[in-house]
Design a protein around this ligand. Structure first.
Ligand code: GDP
Ligand code: MG
Length: 904
């Protein structure tokens, strides 16, 4: 047989002789021309060299397949609007190609015609072939081992692949939105076991050319939310490891991809994992690459029958665990998730599906929570109502010892009959006496100690505009002192007071006042009152009449005695040794102290440090003051105190109670706020004052709902009174909510839910509220003159809302430092939080979101230089024209007046 030279060898290998020469050279075989002879030894060396090279590289070449596919989903959202969602699915599969196939491919040693080989050569080749086969076997074995080891990770990987990482939780992909891509039916690369006696030719197909159906992830990238309909009732299937043909070369465990770390562990299921795996290169051996793709689509269902011989040790639960979930009256999303043993996001998602956007900390009402629980496949059980009121009533009325308590008295009567004079006199004579130096302050109530006992007076403004509060006063009241001027007689408000008292079932003590006056006629008063069914004792009735003079202090003690006598008849008692319960008499926002509330303790004992829930506001009592401004540590029944430490300003008249648990207090407070919120199931379009009329004309709106926040209670009442008077037969002004203090997020939510307009009277929205309002398009209107509000609302009601000069807020600045310079005044060292500050712009000084001053900027400087404007993120120094009472932490609202076209 002819000698084998380089060029012939190259021809056999179907490669250019020059390349072969290079390879030979690299292998250390000295061949220079194409005619040089190639010996078996040379070949062996070349083979060794090549093996080494590929083995050492270790880095197997990878096959990367990328597919992109865009589909559209039509979906109806919660408002019933059809939306088209573009779904882009990107699949990228990376596979290590089959190592041996690569190791061997290009040059294999077996030249063809076997008979032509010399004996020695044949033996050498056989040895080589065997070695190669052994090598392959070893590698295959390694792969298997690796694969087995990698099972767990694989599951995780598969899971990662289910969900595109980038849009972390918003994205939920249903069934992989991937169309069953027609399988690429390329011949799967097979690393031919070359152990045949007559070694088959050489070149195995270059694996890179064959689109191996591979494992890795579908990566849906979706612009919008897509719901995952994870079959609720499909039990998780036990893993069915699809380790098909173990011999199959190098089942390429999908290489873990960095950057796919974000994932949702809930999604992890053996189903998916195995499904993907089943579709892996493994199947390629059988040439059924289609199966690989399909199985991906079917989420593993196709693999069910596959390869049950190699069952993994771990058995996933075959049935979802159904929890019985106690649902209390209120529960936060996080707690609910905990009870169902799922992640909070799952509950949030479930609620989203129901059309409800919630946060993890939001408190749900029982009804909603039960629906969610059911939706998630668990069994809800309505837990006993944990209404704090019943809890406290039980406590108070239960085993606890009832001790007699002081009566709480409200003074009522017609204007100018002497209510204030009477209260002042008693206070001066009985309270302030002996309290020299104490700061006497108005906390809405005070108590007096007499020889015969204690009396608490509610000192709420008796002004006629405050009818509402007076009515509330009566509900907290044991006894009404009805002041009637002896020289004036029974007047309309006297009668009104009688009605209030009778409606509340509160006994009356009549103080016939101004008996010092010339025209005083107490007898006439008695007669007139009898006509109102208030019958004096000495006339056979049950009402005490006491003749007093508030001005001169005549017979005040007689009045106090009468009150105490009446109290005795009432046998007033209360538990002392229980958590306090009471009522908020007054509340306001104090510039230095935050929310300040006067609370009348009605039962139990209020202590410093207690957690108080007052209406929808809660907080820990940081400090407690009595009516003389003295710090006290506890207050028993019928004692009024001023408490500091509440999170917000509670409504006057709100029930207040001490709860043992701050978390519970917070929860109930949030829930009560949420009651207003009520954004359930429907997101309505926010209202604008401007288009109210248009909506009314269309018959959509019969009333104009308004949320009012104001700096003080007084303007609040005046404002709501005046606005309500604007109501006509067709249109009603409805004050949804009114309160003292800045505009909060819950105000905006309330407005949003009820399509209301928010009016801020001398107050501003806080950052969160502003953001929410902007996002939802809620109309917040700031005013500082009551008539402006009235005019605007009137205009809105008549569709005459004219174009107007409207101010636009252009910036927000925080005062970080105050420098007081003599003769110049206070200079504020500021930081621009938002927008721009412009020289000459209008400015409003906000303290705790309450407007304390409005004026103009005097100067605006950066460092030493005067500047025209300063943008957000920079510091500046400024002065307010003719105003120096600025403090660190104050904010400045910068505004300009602009012309606003009317939008209808
Ligand atoms: P209110 O509107 O019910 O609070 O009445 P006030 O306490 O403000 O009193 C109205 C006016 O009546 C004031 O000018 C008081 O000085 C006067 N006044 C109140 N009590 C007496 C009284 O006992 N005798 C006399 N002569 N004047 C009184
Ligand atoms: Mg008065």
């Amino acid at each position: 047989m002819s000698e084998l030279n380089v060029s012939r060898f190259a021809a056999e290998l179907k490669m250019p002789p020059q390349e072969l020469l290079e390879q030979l050279h690299a292998a250390g075989v000295a061949k220079h021309t194409e005619t040089d002879l190639v010996t078996a030894d040379d070949k062996a060396r070349l083979l060794d060299h090549l093996k080494q090279k590929h083995g050492a590289a270790g880095d197997k070449p990878k096959i990367t397949l990328t597919r992109k596919q865009t589909t559209e989903i039509k979906k109806t959202d919660s408002t019933g609007k059809a939306k088209t969602i573009h779904v882009e699915t990107r699949k990228k599969r990376v596979l290590p190609s089959e190592a041996p196939a690569v190791a061997a491919p290009r040059i294999d040693v077996a030249p063809v015609p076997a008979p032509a080989l010399s004996e020695a050569e044949r033996v050498a080749r056989e040895a080589e072939a065997q070695r190669q086969a052994a090598l392959r076997e070893r590698q295959a074995a390694e792969m298997r081992a690796k694969q087995e080891r990698g099972h767990k990770e694989d599951a995780a990987e598969a899971e990662q692949e289910t969900i595109a990482a980038p849009v972390a939780e918003a994205i939920v992909v249903a069934e992989p939105v991937v169309a069953p891509t027609p399988a690429v039916a390329a011949p799967a690369p097979v690393a031919a076991p070359v152990a045949a006696p007559a070694p088959t030719p050489v070149r195995t197909p270059a694996p890179t050319a064959s689109p191996v159906p591979s494992v890795a992830g579908d990566r849906p990238r979706i612009g919008m939310r897509v719901e995952l309909r994870k079959p609720k009732d499909t039990p998780l299937r036990a893993p069915e490891p699809a380790k098909a043909e173990p011999a199959a070369v190098a089942a390429p465990a999908a290489a873990p991809k960095a950057g796919d770390k974000k994932k949702e562990p809930e999604k992890r299921s053996w189903d998916d994992g195995r499904g993907k795996k089943g579709g892996a290169g493994i199947k390629t051996r059988g040439g059924d690459s289609t199966g690989g793709w399909k199985s991906k689509k079917g989420g593993g269902k196709h693999n069910k029958s596959q390869d049950s011989d190699n069952v993994h040790g771990f058995q996933a639960p075959t049935e979802p665990i159904v929890h019985t979930v106690d649902v209390p009256e209120t529960i936060s999303v996080a707690d609910l998730a905990h009870k169902m043993a799922v992640k909070g996001v799952e509950v949030v998602k479930a609620l989203m599906k129901m059309g409800m956007m919630v946060t993890i900390n939001q408190v749900l009402d029982q009804e909603t929570a039960m629906i969610v629980v059911e939706e998630m496949g668990h069994t809800p059980v309505a837990a006993k109502l944990d209404d704090p009121d019943t809890y406290l009533v039980d406590e108070a009325k239960g085993e606890h010892e009832q001790i007699s308590r002081a009566p709480v008295v409200t003074v009522m009567g017609h204007v100018d009959h002497g209510k204030t004079s009477l209260l002042d006199y008693i206070r001066r004579a009985k309270v302030a006496a002996g309290e020299a130096g104490g700061i006497t302050q108005h906390i809405g109530a005070y108590h007096v100690e007499t020889d015969k006992g204690i009396i608490t007076f509610l000192d709420t403004p008796g002004h006629e505009a405050f009818t509402a509060m007076r009515a509330r006063g009566a509900s907290a009241t044991d006894i009404v002192v009805l002041v009637v001027a002896a020289d004036d007689g029974v007047m309309p408000q006297t009668i009104e007071a009688i009605h209030h008292a009778k409606a509340a079932g509160v006994p009356i003590v009549v103080a016939v006042n101004k008996i010092d006056k010339q025209g005083a006629n107490p007898e006439r008063i008695r007669q007139e009152l009898v006509a109102q069914e208030v019958v004096p004792e000495d006339w056979g009735g049950d009402t005490q009449f006491v003749e007093v003079s508030a001005k001169q202090g005549t017979n005040i003690d007689g009045l106090l005695d009468a009150i105490l006598l009446q109290a005795e008849v009432l046998e007033l008692t209360a538990a002392v040794d229980t958590p306090a319960k009471g009522i908020i008499i007054e509340a306001r926002l104090d510039k230095g102290r935050g929310a300040v509330a006067s609370m009348l303790v009605q039962s139990g004992t209020l202590r410093k440090g207690d957690v108080v829930l007052a209406g929808s506001v809660y907080g820990r009592v940081r400090a407690m003051l009595d009516e003389n401004g003295k710090q006290i540590n506890e207050a028993g029944p019928s004692i009024p105190v001023e408490i500091l430490g509440l999170s917000e300003v509670p409504a006057a008249g709100a029930d207040a109670m001490v709860l043992g648990d701050e978390k519970k207090a917070r929860e109930i407070a949030l829930f009560r706020q949420g009651k207003f919120r009520d954004v359930k199931f429907a997101k309505q379009q926010a209202a604008k004052l401007e288009n109210m009329f248009a909506q009314m004309a269309e018959g959509e709106v019969q009333n104009l709902p308004i949320v009012i926040k104001s700096d003080v209670q007084g303007s609040l009442e005046a404002l709501s009174g005046s606005l309500q008077k604007l109501s006509t037969d067709e249109v009603r002004v409805q004050i949804l909510h009114s309160g003292v203090g800045g505009i909060s997020e819950s105000d905006i939510n309330l407005a949003l839910a009820s399509k209301a307009v928010v009016v801020g009277f001398n107050v501003r929205a806080d950052a969160a509220a502003r953001k929410l309002a902007e996002g939802e398009g809620v109309d917040i209107r700031y005013y500082n003159i009551i008539y402006d509000v009235v005019d605007d609302v009137k205009a809105a009601l008549t569709g005459m809302l004219a174009p107007e000069k409207k101010e636009q807020i252009i910036g927000l600045v925080e005062i970080r430092q105050v420098f007081v310079v003599s003769k110049v005044g206070s200079i504020a060292g500021c930081y621009v939080l938002d927008g721009t500050v412009k020289r000459g712009a209008g400015v409003r000084l906000l303290r705790n979101n309450v407007v304390v001053h409005q004026g103009e900027l005097e100067t605006l400087k950066r460092f030493k230089d005067d500047v025209k404007e300063v943008k957000a993120g920079y510091e500046c120094g400024l002065q307010i024209k003719n105003y120096n009472d600025i403090q660190e932490g104050d904010q400045l609202e910068i505004f300009e007046i602009i012309e606003v076209a009317r939008t209808l």
